[in-house]
Design a protein around this ligand. Sequence first.
Ligand code: T3D
Length: 253
Amino acid sequence: MDRRDGWVILTLNRPDRLNSFNAEMHGRLAGALDEVGADQGCRAVLLTGAGRGFCAGQDLSDRVGPADLGATIDAFYNPLVRRLRGLRKPVVCAVNGVAAGAGANIALACDIVLAARSAKFIQAFSKIGLVPDSGGTFFLPRLIGDARARALAMLAEPLTAEQAEAWGLIWKVLDDAALRGEAEKLTAHLATQPTIGLALTKEALNASAANDLDAQLDLERDLQRKAGSTPDYAEGVRAFMEKRTPTFTGRSS
Ligand code: T3D
């Protein structure tokens, strides 16, 4: 974990295997996310990969013999997606190279996804007889529609970063040389914003897929009540009235 001023960089770091996941890397990432979640001073997270790839999903060299994949998903991948979505601070993902299998869907579980122009997103699962996991069958149809989701999932064709941006799968594609700097700038900016308001926004968006309009309107009311009681809201209004830049603390009192 690379600590910066109010935010951190988490780097998937097994570059000789394109940062594919083994149990140890899962454990380290889970530990880092828990630490970040408990640290009030950390107000944003940047997730990226070391070397030429972002993440190639499960390390298949650990899967040569029989394995209960339901158990490994229960133990590792589902908790990771839940940690990312449940973290009460924004998570930026800088997809620095290929994102395949669970690696692609873990990127999509982050809040704001940037990608290097050379990066590719591959739902590699069907090539080895598996089902898209780590939320792939949830995120894909919602982000890009059923037709594109089905073709990507069944064909496992690489999707370029530019196409991913054009389809609305990710926020932005950037030139390779610019990705890291822009991702750091964005994360540093988010770390100065009203952290509780952003956490409540994340909660509302996370819930929206399962709610009807009435339920979502009620949820927005409840979350807005909480947001409206934060010092950052008071500061935001004061700063607006005084025509100055607000100074947000991200604190509840
Ligand atoms: O198992 C469970 O618990 C259930 C959960 C499953 C989740 C999943 O993610 S299943 C899907 C697993 N991932 C894949 O199927 C992707 C496999 N990798 C690839 O298809 C390709 O490597 C890429 C398209 C990602 C990149 O291709 P390319 O040509 O840029 O690189 P490469 O030469 O294939 O890979 C570079 C090295 O990384 C290579 O090792 P070497 O030959 O230099 O020693 C390659 O074997 C290794 N590597 C890449 N991906 C994986 C991997 N090693 C182990 N596991 C990998 N997933």
